[in-house]
Design a protein around this ligand. Structure first.
Ligand SMILES: [Zn+2]
Length: 145
């Protein structure tokens, strides 16, 4: 894909091929494995956000093409991005019977999020921090568990 312009080396990338929402389980596990060193609260938030971005891609864009992760420790920050080949613009929507708190939830949890469009689709990204939540992660290597 052509949407990587900045610091590509910072990102871990998972290619997703399936179009079945059940496939999101393995994508979620991939994220979970990579953020294992973060604090529990931070991991929970990041996984919630990853799940919502994935669900959004399956429901509205024919499924995700890639999941990307960027991990930072100072400040402590997990950026999750889901690329798809759809052209629609994700919108904040009111939760309804169709399920999915969707981007309302993402908006509440994330310090920032956004969408970038590219020739071959779009990338929805969300930055999840933990400073100021009351549950900051232990610094890497400080021995607390
Ligand atoms: Zn953290």
């Amino acid at each position: 894909m052509t949407w990587v312009r900045d610091d590509r080396a910072d990102w871990q990338i998972l290619d997703v091929t399936g179009r079945d929402p059940a496939d999101s389980t393995s994508a979620r596990h991939w994220v979970q494995d990579r953020i294992a060193a973060f604090g529990e609260e931070h991991r929970i938030d990041a996984l919630l956000v990853a799940g919502e971005l994935l669900e959004n891609a399956y429901q509205h864009a024919g499924g995700p093409a890639q999941v990307r992760l960027r991990l930072r420790h100072a400040p402590c920050e997990i950026t999750v991005a889901v690329a798809d080949t759809g052209s629609g613009v994700p919108r904040l929507r009111i939760p309804d019977d169709g399920g999915g708190r969707g981007l309302v939830l993402v908006d509440r949890i994330c310090s920032s999020w956004g969408v970038s469009h590219h020739d071959d689709g779009k990338l929805v990204w969300a930055r999840v921090g933990c400073e100021g939540t009351g549950f900051p992660c232990p610094a890497p290597g400080d021995g607390r568990s």
